[in-house]
Design a protein around this ligand. Structure first.
Ligand code: NDP
Ligand code: HSE
Length: 443
């Protein structure tokens, strides 16, 4: 008798799957393909006892499962006595929250990929897990296949994380990488991303930064032991990045990425704070995130003792995301068998989330100005009035028009924003062609 056969004599850990779309389908496939290895690793077999979907009649191809497992009654499935672990790969907020709170209160562990719910109201889920004595795992919710949340939640708990900087949205990384390599504009690159199946029919959540902001909230909560929600995250999308911005970045030895940035810092009173923001930014080509192309994700973590750490891989797609879900299922199943629990939520630090105005950053500002004596001095004076120090100025001129590209030193975002507003009010400034934040030693 093989070790795996011996183990199958132990009672099965019973799974309810909510959702059988892009991710759920691949979860089913991996559970089937890896069944013997999973049994050996867990110490008991996994048994899928039900799958909740919206459309019972939907064609589901060659999925290796008994069609009788499907139901459209997700809540009924969760409440069944023969369910130990609930896997949620549906998405959405209100209904999913009701389902997961029900499961957790009943002591059933939850594995979810639902970043929107975790970022909006992860606290409710963590509280329900604590009350029900159940596990809450969500590795797939941020950066798909990349093992990232477990390192933050466990491996780095002896250290002090100072910053997490990441490319956590594959669609926008594909668009920006394409703009950088081909010189295309945003619309053209978005069209290509849609044709290749990276961008969804409605790309708003990706290009406006909502998806990345949800992931930023989850990362910041784990890294800084503080509940951070999507509403705490400053968010600016990347639809305004032009081919001209990309060309200007190139001239400076930089590229442009949509970054999620979560940093430990201090507020005006010296109190310890965190800042969490998502926006396009120029970074030098030498930065570890600059070479992350195509639809890949990467997250750069800095911790006091560990130093810099880089996590890289596929941030989306059915099979890569299902890999992360499976890892969580194994962890939750092992805990069920051994009667142990996952590490509970750590939110003891309760750091203040500082508003964007207090964040220290640098700006790259491109201005079309009149070409006459004193213009540069007037523009420089506006920066001085707002206590913003200029790092570099480049001028290219035509007859009576000139283009000024100014990169600042680090200053509070509020001072930089006020500087731009004041520049816009000068009659010598014909237009402000672009304003981009600069990160990572660029400029
Ligand atoms: P899909 O839209 O492909 O699948 C959603 C599934 O949920 C479908 O099977 C659908 O049923 C089912 N469903 C919808 N409403 C209900 C309901 N009321 N009751 C029961 N079932 C329902 O989504 P994805 O697989 O792409 O995403 C799932 C989750 O994973 C989301 O939270 C997403 O953010 C997250 N995620 C997705 C990634 C990806 O690459 N796709 C990457 C990382 C995270 P039916 O099949 O009948 O329509
Ligand atoms: N739309 C997301 C992306 C999917 O492009 O990265 C993963 O959350």
């Amino acid at each position: 008798m093989s070790p795996a056969t011996e183990l199958t004599e132990k009672p099965a850990v019973r799974l309810a799957l909510l959702g059988c779309g892009t991710v759920g389908t691949e979860v089913v496939r991996l559970l089937h393909e890896q069944a013997d290895d999973l049994t050996a690793r867990i110490g008991a077999p996994l048994e899928l006892v039900g799958i909740a979907v919206r459309r019972l009649g939907r064609e589901r191809g060659d999925l290796p499962i008994d069609p009788a497992l499907f139901t459209s009654d997700a809540l009924g499935l969760i409440k069944r006595d023969d369910v130990d672990i609930v896997i949620e790969v549906v998405g959405g907020i209100d209904t999913a929250r009701t389902w997961l709170v029900e499961a957790l209160h009943a002591g059933k562990s939850v594995v979810t990929a639902n970043k929107a719910l975790l970022a909006e109201d992860g606290g409710t889920l963590h509280d329900a897990a604590a009350q029900g004595g159940a596990d809450l795992y969500y590795e797939a919710a941020v950066a798909g296949a990349i093992p990232l949340l477990r390192p933050l939640r466990e491996s780095l708990h002896g250290d002090r994380v100072t910053a997490v900087t990441g490319i956590v949205n594959g669609t926008t990384n594909f668009i920006l990488s394409s703009m950088a390599s081909t010189g295309a504009g945003f619309n053209e690159a978005l069209e290509e991303a849609t044709e290749l199946g990276y961008a969804e029919a409605d790309p708003t959540a990706d290009v406006e930064g909502f998806d990345a902001a949800a992931k930023a909230a989850i990362l910041a909560s784990l890294a800084f032991h503080t509940r951070v929600t999507a509403a705490d995250v400053f968010r600016e999308g990347m639809t305004g990045v032009t081919a001209g911005d990309m060309a200007s970045a190139k001239e400076m030895g930089c590229t442009i990425k949509l970054l999620c940035i979560a940093q430990r810092g201090s507020g005006p009173d010296g109190d310890e704070t965190v800042s969490v923001r998502v926006h396009p930014a120029m970074i030098p080509l030498t930065h570890p995130l600059a070479g992350v192309g195509d639809a890949f994700n990467a997250v750069f973590v800095e911790a006091e003792a560990a130093g810099p750490l880089m996590f890289y891989g596929r941030g989306a797609g059915g099979r890569p995301t299902a890999s992360a879900v499976l890892g969580d299922i194994v962890a939750a199943a092992r805990n069920k068998i051994s009667g142990t629990r996952a590490p509970s939520e750590s939110n003891y630090a309760k750091l203040r989330v500082r508003p964007i105005g207090e964040s220290l950053t640098r700006y790259h500002i491109s201005l079309d100005v009149a070409e006459r004596p004193g213009v540069l001095a007037t523009v420089a004076g506006v920066f001085a009035q707002h206590e913003v120090s200029i790092a570099t100025v480049r001028q290219s001129g035509r007859a009576d028009d000139a283009k000024l590209v100014i990169v600042t030193h680090s200053a509070p975002d509020a001072a930089l924003a006020a500087t731009v507003e004041a520049l816009a009010g000068l009659d010598i400034v014909r237009s402000i062609a672009s304003v981009l934040r600069v990160e990572g030693g660029a400029g």
